[in-house]
Design a protein around this ligand. Structure first.
Ligand code: IDP
Ligand code: MG
Length: 153
């Protein structure tokens, strides 16, 4: 039986401003994934540079930095079997115009620079990214009584 893993999900400033937090959270809950941490926060320049260190220097980085620090985000730790991969599939391709219909980015977004959601791209980056946003005691290992109706484990 696959062990549950955790991933970092951010509802970006566009999602918060557009009132889409509930719509995205509903999809995550309905899929059977479990939210084990949640925080509304304002990303500052330092955190943005750490989170997007791989993109510093790219042509779109200044715009990305301005966008991600422009307004609050909702950070979530999401847990479940293959949570990283499942969330990436649910999110869809980086550019909402190219994302498959039915994915969060395709259904709720139009432009690559306003693509609603971030999700870690590997279990390793999930560990690193979760530590940027959450202290260990802010992640709650709670028992969900519907678990046997969602997985066989
Ligand atoms: P991902 O979010 O699907 O993992 P990455 O390539 O890691 O995509 O890029 C990180 C974020 O940078 C994207 O989600 C998007 O907000 C922004 N971004 C990436 N490429 C572009 C671009 O070409 N123009 C504008 N923003 C971009
Ligand atoms: Mg990425």
């Amino acid at each position: 039986m696959p062990q549950p893993t955790r991933t970092l999900i951010l509802l970006k400033p566009d999602a918060v401003q557009r009132g889409l937090m509930g719509a995205v959270i509903s999809r995550i809950e309905a899929r059977g994934l479990k939210i084990v941490g949640m925080k509304l926060l304002q990303v500052d320049d330092a955190l943005a540079h750490r989170h997007y260190s791989a993109h510093v220097g790219k042509p779109f980085f200044p715009g990305l930095l301005k966008f991600i620090t422009s307004s609050p985000i909702l950070a979530m730790a999401v847990q479940g079997e293959n949570a990283v991969e499942v969330m990436r599939q649910m999110m869809g391709a980086t550019d909402p115009a190219k994302a498959a219909t039915g994915t969060i980015r395709a259904d709720l977004g139009l432009a690559i620079g306003r693509n609603v959601i971030h999700g870690s791209d590997s279990p390793e980056s999930a560990q690193t990214e979760l530590a940027l946003y959450f202290k260990p005691n802010e992640l709650i290992d709670w028992r969900r009584d519907t678990e046997p109706w969602i997985t066989e484990s």
